[in-house]
Design a protein around this ligand. Structure first.
Ligand code: NAD
Ligand code: MG
Length: 294
């Protein structure tokens, strides 16, 4: 007998090839074809993060926006950090947070700056009176033709945004965090399945996994949990702004589920890790990869 309640994950979201497209980094949502699904019409909150004070880097768009919407609908206060040129995306995310009955905190600036990382934590603490969940989600990546043509300045940007910023942010945040707080990093399938074209980015994601595990061990005795989510291919502004317009058409096809993931499919993993449901989970890496083994 067919169970009509089952939802087929291979066809739950678009399986079409993506049209060829390219944007300059960091990219904006409105220019994407098709538009990503951040759970605007689907995510249902259940009070699982009631009263938690949260900061999400890269919270303007993509996975960060989906997490921001879900966190707000679960009852959290939500601060989002983003680049100034992403203001249209940040305002759209903010409107969904407001819609959920939460008052958003918008924090523009460049994570390549150590001073900005410290200010982000200070501003969040001043506005919310504390910080309970830190989501280290921002990242930069560019397609590399090969090791011989990796540009020094952009290599440094990848290292600063993906690695230095998480360390500076966690260093400033941990003294404020009480038992029951948590840190969630966004790693990647690239940590264990590196693509040559993303060599430097993949290095940072492998390092983030080590960071997550080391920090989980250090902070466990203080009651602070630290975990990572490792996404597979997800349809976000990062993808059209990576500089591979021709590779986009088949994006996500190389997964067992046969399609790209949508940001909405990532948010529940972050909600779980931030919530008391995950009270015995720390140092974990939760793959959300469409079936590609992590
Ligand atoms: P996204 O472009 O929506 O989010 C990345 C964010 O990083 C941007 O919105 C931007 O605000 C922020 N950022 C980049 N450079 C910055 C800088 N210098 N200063 C401040 N902020 C900066 O894309 P996304 O795919 O949602 O990315 C979120 C996370 O998911 C990243 O860590 C990314 O590595 C990871 N990830 C994405 C995929 C994918 O296929 N999209 C796969 C694996 C992992
Ligand atoms: Mg963005």
């Amino acid at each position: 007998m067919l169970n009509e309640r089952l939802i087929d994950p291979t066809t739950k979201h678009t399986t079409d090839r993506f049209p060829r497209q390219e944007q300059a980094p960091p990219g904006l949502t409105e220019a994407m074809v098709p538009l990503p699904d951040h759970g605007e019409q689907s995510y249902q909150g259940n009070g699982r993060l009631e009263g938690l004070r949260t900061l999400i880097t890269g919270g303007d768009s993509g996975i960060g926006r989906a997490v921001a919407i879900a966190f707000a609908r679960e009852g959290a206060r939500v601060a989002i950090a983003y680049l100034p040129e992403e203001r249209p995306d940040a305002e759209e995310t903010a409107s969904w947070i407001t819609d959920a009955g939460s008052d958003p905190l918008l924090l523009p600036g460049d994570l390549r700056s150590e001073a900005h990382c410290v200010e982000l934590i200070e501003h969040t603490e001043q506005a919310f009176g504390g910080l309970d969940v830190l989501v280290l989600n921002a990242a930069h990546q560019r397609d590399r033709g090969g090791i011989e043509s990796v540009p020094s300045d952009d290599f440094e940007a990848v290292m600063r945004v993906n690695l230095f910023a998480p360390v500076f942010l966690a260093r400033a945040a941990v003294p404020l965090m009480e038992p029951g707080s948590s840190i969630i990093t966004t790693a990647s399938i690239q940590a264990t399945e590196p693509s040559p074209a993303l060599v430097d980015y993949a290095m940072t994601k492998a390092a983030l996994v080590a960071f997550t595990k080391a920090l989980a061990e250090e902070l466990g005795p203080r009651g602070i949990r630290v975990n990572a989510v490792a996404p597979g291919p997800i349809w976000t502004p990062l993808i059209p702004s990576t500089g591979w317009p021709d590779k986009i058409t088949d994006f996500g096809k190389n997964t067992p589920l046969g399609r790209a993931g949508q940001p909405a499919e990532l948010a529940p993993a972050y909600v779980y890790l931030a919530s008391d449901d995950a009270s015995y989970v720390s140092g974990a890496v939760l793959p959300v990869t469409g079936g590609r083994p992590f």
